[in-house]
Design a protein around this ligand. Sequence first.
Ligand SMILES: NC(=O)c1ccc[n+]([C@@H]2O[C@H](COP(=O)([O-])OP(=O)(O)OC[C@H]3O[C@@H](n4cnc5c(N)ncnc54)[C@H](OP(=O)(O)O)[C@@H]3O)[C@@H](O)[C@H]2O)c1
Length: 243
Amino acid sequence: MKIAIIGCGNMGTAYARSFRKYGLTRRDELLLVIRSEGRRDLLDPLGTMSAHIGPEIGACDLVIVAVKPQDFAAISGSLAAVLKPEQVVLSIMAGITLQRLSESLKHRTVVRAMPNAPAQIGMGITAYAAGTELNMRQTLQVEQLLNSTGRAMHLADEALLDPVTALSGSGPAYFFEIVRTMIDSGMRLGLEPHVASALVKQTMLGSYHLMEHADRTPEELIKAVMSKAEPPRPRSRCSPRKM
Ligand SMILES: NC(=O)c1ccc[n+]([C@@H]2O[C@H](COP(=O)([O-])OP(=O)(O)OC[C@H]3O[C@@H](n4cnc5c(N)ncnc54)[C@H](OP(=O)(O)O)[C@@H]3O)[C@@H](O)[C@H]2O)c1
């Protein structure tokens, strides 16, 4: 399958790696459009590179847009000029709607997906919504590609991608913030940084697996960890001693 990835930062590179790792495309079928030269050595084993959006994109089955949302306006005109109607465009840009994609690119077969950072190690979760023009074969192809970076989940209602962005798209940042805060607290209480870090990370890992295996709700698991408060001490009947 011929694939172009426009923007090869964290996510674009993760996609290229996963597609190659699972044999979903060959090196000579993967076109990587880059802006800066810094990642050339890293990207070279994965695909062929281009510094411009050019006509060779028109030969791809799928075009993935993985630039930051604020960079989309700068590329949409040149991309619209080379797209062919039968191609599928998959955007992972946060907040750019199917309607805006379709209008800016003058293209009908568009998919909007929201991955998350663990996609970089093949453990992501991606929710996606497809435009009405996609056929079943194209939708399944997109899902197979997204599955190579972790798990993919189809949403019939595109509007749900906003809560998905809050939950799983941004979720890793909440998680890292909790980890960082706990490690900082441990250090303030006297633990060595490496000890605090090991305690917190293993606690997170173990707690995740417990939740997966324990067949109990998070609420029940919280209760199981909390110690019961001591019963209040009976009030003394004696009057307080005079000092
Ligand atoms: N990171 C996440 O956890 C995450 C989660 C969900 C969704 N997303 C979405 O994924 C997209 C990419 O995020 P990211 O974290 O991978 O960002 P990133 O690391 O900044 O990567 C974006 C890449 O796009 C390149 N680029 C910009 N304009 C270009 C152009 N005209 N031609 C070719 N390449 C161009 C940038 O090049 P330079 O190196 O020159 O800047 C950069 O390498 C974003 O739209 C974001 O909303 C990210």
